[in-house]
Design a protein around this ligand. Structure first.
Ligand code: DC
Length: 228
């Protein structure tokens, strides 16, 4: 049976990567976290002083250096997906609020999107891939066999994100976490190039009051229906 392409899009902190990883593991597919790629470009821009929360982006600098970046993924000893930027493990650093606060500025640059979309399409060209992001079902893989659009209430999303940050010792006020989620969603939905929007043929999954297991089994049912 031909391996499927599964596109998972949705709002920030709706558990897209958790579901994507569960599915990839169960199906023996490759998991690609497209958001990590935007975060890696943002981290590189921060380190070089090309972006800040206050002053925004120096687009020409970021765009001119895209080809010099090598972004890839490897599995660590625990079998966890780890992001590498020019060979350096940046998995934890790209999840910090410092990066979250500026990544939307970087993700709206058209050359950045073109560059990362073509890398993502190459990673998934043979199918057997689960990719999560904001434009996977609309732009990266418009012909994906299964498209899922995830959402959840603002309160549920903020408390999940805060718990994740707390667990890493990065303690922030819930109000700041919520504010960051809302402003990233707004930027993602309002940008001109490939805004966050559900593909017409996406199945919506609101997991505000669902457990991970309930959600996983519902989606496995969708996969099984496609494989019949
Ligand atoms: O999924 P995430 O929160 O790690 O994504 C980080 C940011 O990157 C998010 O604010 C929006 C952007 N992004 C995007 O524009 N397109 C994607 N395919 C994935 C992420």
């Amino acid at each position: 049976m031909k391996p499927l392409t599964i596109a998972i899009d949705g709002h920030s902190s709706t558990g897209k990567s958790t579901l994507a990883k569960q599915l990839a593991k169960a199906l023996g597919y490759v998991y690609v976290d497209s958001g990590a790629m935007y975060r890696a470009v943002a981290l590189n821009a921060l380190r070089n002083g090309w972006v800040s929360k206050e002053d925004g982006v120096q687009a020409s600098k970021i765009n001119a250096h895209l080809e010099t970046l090598v972004i890839d993924f490897e599995l660590d000893q625990m079998g966890t997906n780890t992001t590498l930027l020019n060979g350096e493990v940046v998995e934890e650093e790209i999840r910090s609020m410092r990066v979250s606060n500026v990544v939307s500025h970087v993700a709206k640059l058209v050359p950045v999107r073109r560059h990362l979309v073509s890398l993502q399409q190459a990673m998934g060209e043979n199918g057997g891939v689960v990719m999560d992001g904001r434009d996977i079902g609309t732009v990266v893989f418009p012909n994906a066999e299964l498209k899922i659009f995830m959402t959840a209430s603002d309160e549920v999303r903020a408390s999940r994100r805060k718990a994740e940050l707390d667990a890493k010792g990065q303690v922030h006020f819930i109000e700041d976490v919520l504010e960051n989620l809302m402003s990233r969603d707004k930027a993602d939905m309002e940008r001109v190039d490939s805004p966050l929007i559900a593909a017409e043929d996406a199945l919506t999954l609101d997991n505000s009051s669902m457990t991970r297991e309930e959600q996983f089994h519902r989606v496995l049912g969708w996969v099984a229906a496609l494989q019949k």
